[in-house]
Design a protein around this ligand. Structure first.
Ligand code: GDP
Length: 184
């Protein structure tokens, strides 16, 4: 699908609410900052604490504003509010490829989505920190899981920018198709 980024915030055709979910420390905030601002904050410990960032893009000659929500650390206290999910039509569910536990929790996050979000929400499963070598989650393993669960899947590194654009673009394209086909 034709895709480009624009700076204008003028008239928009679509507004997509996207949520970031996944365990604390997997790199959600860094993925968001890399995608929206092309930044990686080396000093950040965990979660920078913004509510959401927006990025305006052109898809299929339409101006789409993606409003991408970050948990701002709520997940540490098991307290993601239902408001966080309200109106979301896409989710980027991240785990850390070097933390098996964060992958084991993906099912819990899927349940949470099923409970609180639209049933046709598009989901991109993202294995982040692919720049690290201490891998605990094999790519094939995650890929197979994603296929079984009908999720899109990609491995990324917010640190070195690998596949971050592809992860968000892939998700936004799917959201766009769902919206066009009125599945959501
Ligand atoms: P969040 O709690 O899921 O929002 O995670 P953060 O974005 O705050 O990141 C948690 C920690 O992981 C921080 O120390 C980041 O610098 C680090 N981090 C995030 N993404 C990457 C990555 O792609 N590679 C590496 N090596 N570290 C990362």
């Amino acid at each position: 699908m034709a895709y480009s980024q624009i700076d204008s915030d003028g008239g928009i055709d679509y507004m997509f609410k996207i949520v970031l979910i996944g365990d604390s420390g997997v790199g959600k905030s860094q993925l968001l900052h890399r995608f929206v601002k092309n930044e990686f904050n080396l000093k950040s410990k965990s979660t920078i604490g913004v509510e959401f960032l927006t990025k305006t893009i052109v898809m299929d000659h339409k101006i789409v504003k993606a409003q991408i929500w970050d948990t701002a650390g709520q997940e540490r206290y098991q307290a993601i509010t239902t408001a966080y999910y309200r109106g979301a039509i896409g989710a980027l569910l991240a785990y850390d490829i070097t933390k098996r536990r964060s992958f084991d929790h993906v099912e819990k996050w899927l349940e949470e989505l099923r409970m609180h979000a639209d049933k046709n929400i598009a989901i991109m499963l993202v294995g982040n920190k692919s720049d690290l070598t201490a891998r605990e989650v094999p790519t094939e393993f995650a890929k197979e899981f994603a296929e079984q669960q009908d999720l899109f899947f990609i491995e990324t590194s917010a640190l070195n920018s690998s596949n971050v654009e592809s992860a968000f673009h892939g998700l936004l394209s799917q959201v766009y198709e769902n919206v066009i086909k009125k599945h959501i």
